[in-house]
Design a protein around this ligand. Structure first.
Ligand code: AMP
Length: 335
């Protein structure tokens, strides 16, 4: 595998990705914003560190990697911008046509709906709200700016405030979604083209301030819940939930195949709330590696069942690419 270099942007899950790539015998390269060289330089599994001053330079560095394969993660678009991502000439592992879907909350929810997965009720306008809802801003970084309410006037007022602050252009830019009461569980999957199977690679919970801190308030005190992601916690699910989640994963793969060719390749995540009736309600998906997989650099309880060896999602990606190269089918796992 030495003739190929696995490349990624130094952030999000890059250590896991590059560590896994080295384990599978690839050369590795990290492309980072200036100032991070010393930190990333500590790790012997990174062969080449290239740093950039601005996003244009980042794109140039990516495109300059010979025989490179880029692994996209959650920070790729954020770091170099969606327009530059379109100009990446390296093969990208996974389906690059999903990026546009991921950037658009409405398209995202449609894809989930078309999968036949249970999703929260959606409201077009504040006037339609008839229960507790969560109001989401587009492209919100890690849940910032979200709020919960069931008061139509309050919702209208907050939306107007967001328009006057320039956070959004029109009321149509927000998503008003039923607030599902239960506990969050994020099901991480890997759709393997080479093995023609869907794997459950792990599960996590996002640790969000301050909604996860409200239970620390003394009795009688309250604060508005906010949803700013600051970390991830490991979790395993009650085993009887797994077949249902797995079927959701299968249905999602089929919908992506129909609507966003060439379909789902590699890691994705169904982000859900599990209710006290055992319903799994999916409010969001990620079509690539999620940061919650960083919990399992040594493998998760589930990846152990498939592999009997430490298998992070980063390594699983490299294993898939290795299998594809071995069969002369790299084109089936990159776009
Ligand atoms: P998102 O940006 O859609 O991933 O949402 C950020 C966080 O808001 C999630 O991790 C959940 O804690 C919470 N959240 C989002 N949508 C819902 C929902 N429909 N019901 C309950 N909580 C939600």
């Amino acid at each position: 595998m030495e003739e190929f270099t696995i490349v990624t942007i130094g952030s999000h899950s890059s250590l896991q990705i590059l560590h896994g790539a080295k384990k599978e015998g690839f050369k590795t390269a990290a492309i980072l914003p200036k100032g991070r060289e010393e930190f990333y330089g500590q790790f012997p599994f990174i062969d080449k560190i290239l740093s950039y001053r601005d996003e244009d330079e980042a794109l140039e560095l990516i495109n300059g990697i010979e025989n490179g394969i880029l692994i996209p993660h959650g920070s790729l678009v954020e770091y170099i911008g969606s327009e530059r991502v379109k100009k990446i000439r390296l093969p990208i592992f996974g389906n690059r046509y999903l990026f546009d879907h991921e950037a658009d909350q409405k398209k995202k929810m449609k894809l989930l709906k078309d999968s036949g997965i249970k999703i929260p009720e959606q409201f077009e306008r504040p006037e339609d709200v008839d229960r507790m809802v969560i109001v989401k801003l587009p492209g919100a970084k890690g849940g910032r700016g979200y709020f919960v309410s069931k008061d139509r006037n309050y919702i209208k007022q907050r939306i107007e405030e967001y328009i006057s602050k320039g956070w959004i252009k029109s009321p149509d830019d927000v998503i008003i979604q039923e607030y599902v009461v239960g506990v969050p569980m994020y099901f991480q999957f890997f759709n393997s083209i080479m093995m023609n199977r869907l794997e459950l690679t792990g599960l996590d919970i996002r640790y969000e301030t301050n909604v996860d801190g409200l239970r620390r308030l003394p009795p009688g005190m309250s604060a508005e819940p906010t949803f700013v992601v600051v970390g991830n916690l490991p979790v395993v699910a009650r085993e009887s939930l797994l077949p249902k989640a797995y079927n959701y994963g299968k249905n999602f793969v089929k919908a992506v195949e129909r609507e966003v060719p060439p379909g789902m390749i590699g890691p994705f995540c169904l982000e859900s709330i599990v209710t006290d009736e055992g319903d799994i309600v999916v409010f969001e998906f990620s079509g690539r590696i999620v940061a919650g997989t960083n919990l399992y650099i040594y493998g998760s309880p589930y990846s152990w069942l498939y592999w009997d060896e430490p298998m992070s999602v980063g390594r699983r990606i490299a294993r898939e690419i290795k299998m594809a190269i071995g069969r002369n089918e790299l084109k089936r796992v990159v776009t």
